[in-house]
Design a protein around this ligand. Structure first.
Ligand SMILES: Nc1ncnc2c1ncn2[C@@H]1O[C@H](COP(=O)(O)OP(=O)(O)OP(=O)(O)O)[C@@H](O)[C@H]1O
Ligand SMILES: Nc1ncnc2c1ncn2[C@@H]1O[C@H](COP(=O)(O)OP(=O)(O)OP(=O)(O)O)[C@@H](O)[C@H]1O
Ligand SMILES: [Mg+2]
Ligand SMILES: [Mg+2]
Lengths: 265, 265
């Protein structure tokens, strides 16, 4: 199973939108995909059309160890399974603070699962707190969605430092795999400037022995497309809402890239 | 002094951009304005052109009570003063957890100040944690920037509940005053739908005895405008970067609205 955490402490860059639509595209390709909502806002759960307030067993129950993963997941679409979030998740971070091995609670729950999946995606909150650390400890790959704006780049260093620390102290297989450009508008010079900045940074660290040495910018950028912002209000993936729009095309190609390791023609 | 906290736990909706540019517009109108960076990302500090890593005394030192407010603020523009954030602020939330009266530390520091300001704006992180509670305890008015997207509305209820709790238990003068529509595009039906949703909600609670009973949507919406995203990379306000663009016009009008209580002609 490929385990991927989608993380960026900068808010509103496209984390939830990317998890929903990448996972849906992979599920449509026949892959069995599990997505975990690790954000107390519960936007992944809501985006997929579920009522966060009605969820009894979800991510919080799994982290509090009052329920196992297998009994808590719901099949939200064919081949697509969700561990939903509810409002209780907001208390998990402070409750975990004094638990021994607090960073690996989620990993333990995933490792104990008897289910077979091809992919796991974890949607994180815009923070580098204990919940996000649990995600980093539980996966092998990190995908960092970035909005091509100046402020969107500022937290990059801190994010990579945190990933490096988790790699050194908790999870030696953790690697930054992809940087995903979201809300990209190639008519704007800002978009290509930010892209060039990231490329330059990655080139300068290619040989270094660090957790992001092999990271690449995904060759597919997700263009800004209002349909991606409309789909969640119907609880739909972009493929269900408008399967031929730019958003659907971009996420389908991005999923192929993730799956085959490169852009297929 | 009017004290305004700019809050929304949804990430990337325009909190920092609004604090910088509203404050700059009011300062240009001759008002003496203090802005406080309460987000460990330090984006307010960076947007105004300061290096967060070089800040010795900032918000963290004030919260840790190792420095007073007056000695920690810097005059960043004429009439515009900043209490900057540095990387240490990320530790403040967990350090404050066991402090007696942990929610009113910031309020105490502001009340102890000998300086005279006309306006105080507090830029908050995308969370409802202890730092944000400190902001809510220290101000009288709340401004909620909203991106006119479905996911942007989801946390609204939780945000209002938190404000109501602070109003009941810690700060009885706390009121939601303005909802500011950011990144607004009036060609998109989603924008007007979300605006209508908010208007309907506010109308239904007009007479209720709650902290948001008197809230209104600011009559000026801030249109989506890439120059607002370019300005921070030069450490400039929108007025310094391009004083005649839509972004500058909208924030100038919005500031007039805040100051005069209604749209001036
Ligand atoms: N490519 C796109 N084009 C247009 N709108 C988009 C795009 N991707 C995401 N959006 C919208 O932008 C907003 C932010 O996206 P999203 O909520 O996925 O970001 P996030 O990083 O998960 O936010 P948070 O930090 O709050 O978790 C949402 O309203 C979403 O619908
Ligand atoms: N009206 C606008 N038009 C275009 N871009 C904008 C507009 N307002 C803000 N932006 C850009 O959108 C991004 C998000 O805005 P900003 O950082 O101010 O939001 P925030 O709510 O403070 O985010 P966070 O939750 O991470 O603190 C930034 O890159 C900013 O430059
Ligand atoms: Mg999200
Ligand atoms: Mg901000």
């Amino acid at each position: 199973m490929r385990r991927i955490a989608v993380i960026n402490q900068k808010g509103g860059v496209g984390k939830t939108t990317s998890v929903v639509n990448m996972a849906a595209a992979l599920a449509a390709m026949g892959q069995k995909v599990l997505v975990i909502d690790l954000d107390p806002q519960g936007h992944l759960t809501i985006h997929l059309g579920h009522d966060a307030e009605k969820i009894e067993k979800g991510t919080y129950a799994v982290l509090a160890q009052s329920a196992g993963l297998d009994e808590s997941i719901i099949e939200t679409r064919p081949n697509l399974f969700l561990l939903p979030a509810n409002i209780h998740l907001v208390g998990a971070e402070s409750e975990l603070v004094s638990v021994v091995g607090r960073e690996i609670i989620l990993k333990e729950a995933i490792d104990a699962s008897q289910r077979q999946f091809d992919y796991l995606f974890v949607d994180c909150a815009p923070s580098l707190g204990l919940l996000t650390l649990n995600a980093l400890a539980a996966v092998d790959e990190v995908m960092i969605p970035v909005q091509p704006h100046f402020l969107g780049l500022q937290g990059f260093g801190k994010l990579l430092q945190t990933i490096e620390l988790v790699n050194k102290r908790i999870n030696t297989s953790l690697k930054v795999r992809w940087i995903l450009l979201c809300m990209y508008d190639n008519r704007l010079s800002l978009s290509s400037e930010v892209k060039a900045d990231i490329e330059q940074f990655l080139a300068s660290t290619k040989d270094a022995n660090c957790a992001w040495a092999g990271a690449q910018i995904l060759p597919v950028a997700v263009r800004r497309n209002i349909k991606l912002a409309e789909a969640p209000s119907y609880g739909k993936t972009i493929f269900e809402y408008d399967g031929s729009c730019n958003g659907a095309q971009d996420y389908r190609k991005a999923a192929e890239c993730i799956h085959y390791g490169k852009l297929s023609n």
